[in-house]
Design a protein around this ligand. Structure first.
Ligand code: HEM
Length: 522
């Protein structure tokens, strides 16, 4: 009897090993043999991409070392084949032309939703909806993100930047040589800006189970992180996740798993309370409508009686905008300040551009008043600052790749046949570091961008491309330009020489730890 049990157990083990490791290795070898020039591979036990990032971070201080340097290894590479935790072969495209083809077909390559974070927080939002529903939401939200519409938020952006950076001034005045956790500061600016744009008021709080009051956006990031830490540290949960996907928190949950789920639900409850309160106000006094997302949505619901908009959609889109718009823009601004700190000549040139723009405003105004009256046109005329941000996005794109997709029908991309069910991703960072397109690619050189005609835009896509490109890209650039202008005018930006920096990919890709600059009041 024992022998039979052992034989069955052994057979099951062999089948699992074959399915998770041996068959994927063979399939990757076949693919490489078919396209010897164009395919590279990443293969580790378990989820290969996560393992590769961890290994790269440990060995090279850069989670994306392999993707940044892939063109140095193989100048003709188009695709990186990898194995995921389920033993499936995933396709990570790095060739710009093939990346374009993937993004031109969003209905074939659909974002994967097999995660409880998405299930609870984002699945009904613009970030994850597909087809007609996505189109309706994109049209509705898209109106408010057109470049010209950003002027409606400019006053708030400048006010928030000014307030947050005043706090930095106090820190420097009391401790002049202290290093500044600049990404955190930039994120508190971008978080507050998104909050005002979405809810029209400042960052409201969630009351946690222990009675502690935490800003909604902080609670969202921290609850997502808690789930990810739990997943990485608990093999049982990971195995459950591989099998159950987005329903992992429903089946035999441990206390910690129940707690994470409650935090997700608590966040949504807090948003719903804000929505209901505002609904009541607007129903009693319709003259109160303001230019923010919540009011735009409620106008549709209350005045235009639009039944297709649900509370859940409003909640999830609010959370999506915090998620997509805060850390990304904060890291872009922080990374640009890092490059300015180590390139004093470029820093001075950028400062001169801002000063020149300010000098066009009323002569009798103070610098503070001139900064406060910067217009959208002034900011968009700052070409050198624009080039600095583009060069930063090339070197440290906060979204170096897109959320992973699943191919929902057999399809051909370039010379590659992709079977239904294959996981597919696109990595922008690789071609942005291709020495053929960007000579001396590691060098921070904003002058590359001063002649826009020379740049072929399909090689540079930090905001993605195609119909599902980033809806907030104009807002992000204007926010970053405001932050940079304020800092350039008030401070000399110096590197923190005591801090060794690393490049880390977590929610977004950025510099870690973030105390990499010092500021000296001018
Ligand atoms: C430097 C800042 C930013 C970067 C680098 C960035 C990058 C990206 C990328 C790469 C995508 C495509 C994701 C995918 O398809 O998987 C995306 C989509 C998106 N971004 Fe951004 N983003 C930034 C700022 C913002 C801001 C400020 C907002 C709004 C407040 C925003 C809202 C969105 C939304 C809603 C989508 C989904 C659009 C759709 O699927 O139709 N992003 N972003």
């Amino acid at each position: 009897m024992i022998m039979v049990i052992l034989a069955v157990a052994l057979t099951i083990l062999v089948i699992i090993i074959a399915k998770l490791h041996i068959i994927p290795i063979i399939n990757i070898m076949i693919l490489k043999r078919k396209h010897p020039k164009y395919v590279e591979s990443i293969f580790h036990l378990g989820p290969s991409l996560i393992r590769e990032e961890k290994h790269n971070f440990k060995q090279y201080d850069d989670s994306l070392y392999a993707f940044r340097n892939i063109y140095k290894k193989n100048p003709e590479v188009k695709l990186i084949a990898y194995k995921n935790a389920k033993g499936q072969i995933g396709y990570a495209f790095v060739d710009p032309e093939l990346i374009k083809q993937v993004h031109q077909n969003p209905e074939v390559f659909q974002k994967q939703m097999n995660n409880p974070i998405i299930k609870y927080l984002f699945q009904d939002s613009l970030l994850f909806r597909t087809g007609k529903e996505w189109q309706r939401q994109r049209q509705f939200l898209g109106k408010s993100f057109h470049f010209d519409e950003i002027k409606n938020y400019l006053q708030d952006i400048k006010q928030v930047a000014n307030e947050e950076l005043q706090k930095v001034k106090q820190q420097i005045q009391s401790k002049p040589d202290s290093s500044i956790e600049i990404v955190k500061i930039c994120q508190s600016i971008t978080q507050e800006v998104v909050f005002r744009i979405v809810f029209g008021s400042t960052n409201l709080k969630v009351i946690k189970s222990d009675g502690q009051k935490v800003p909604i956006a902080d609670e969202m990031i921290s609850s997502i992180q808690s789930f990810q830490i739990l997943l990485r540290s608990n093999y049982l949960l990971f195995a459950k996740f591989v099998i159950l996907g987005k329903n992992v928190l429903e089946v035999i949950p441990t206390n910690k798993e129940k707690e994470v789920k409650q935090r997700f639900l608590g966040l949504k409850k807090a948003c719903l309370q804000i929505i209901n309160q505002r609904k009541k106000q607007l129903m009693t006094d319709p003259t109160q409508y303001k230019y923010n997302f919540l009011d735009q949505y409620l106008k549709e619901v209350i005045i235009n009686n639009n039944k297709s908009i649900t509370d859940e959609e409003i909640i999830q889109n609010s959370l999506s905008l915090f998620f997509a718009g805060t850390d990304t823009t904060g890291n872009l601004s922080g990374s640009a300040l890092y490059y300015l700190s180590i390139n004093p000549t470029i820093q001075q040139q950028a400062r001169e551009e801002v000063l020149k723009m300010l000098s066009q405003n009323k002569q009798n105004e103070t610098l503070e008043e001139k900064l406060a009256s910067l217009s959208l046109q002034d900011l968009s005329n700052m070409n050198f600052l624009n080039s600095i941000l583009k060069e930063t996005l090339r070197l440290i794109p906060p979204g170096p790749n897109v959320l992973s997709r699943i191919c929902i029908q057999d399809f051909k991309i370039g010379e590659f046949f992709i079977k239904k069910g294959t996981p597919v991703g696109t990595y922008f960072i690789s071609s942005q570091m291709n020495p053929k397109l960007y000579p001396n690619p590691e060098k921070f050189d904003p002058n590359r961008w001063m002649n826009p005609q020379e740049q072929n835009s399909i090689n540079f896509t930090p905001f993605s491309l195609g119909p599902r490109n980033c809806i907030g890209q104009h807002l992000a650039i204007i926010e970053a330009k405001c932050i940079l202008s304020y800092i350039l005018i008030h401070y000399d930006i110096l590197p923190n020489k005591d801090q060794q920096i690393k490049f880390r990919s977590q929610f977004v890709y950025g510099i870690y730890p973030d105390n990499f600059i010092k500021l000296k009041i001018r």
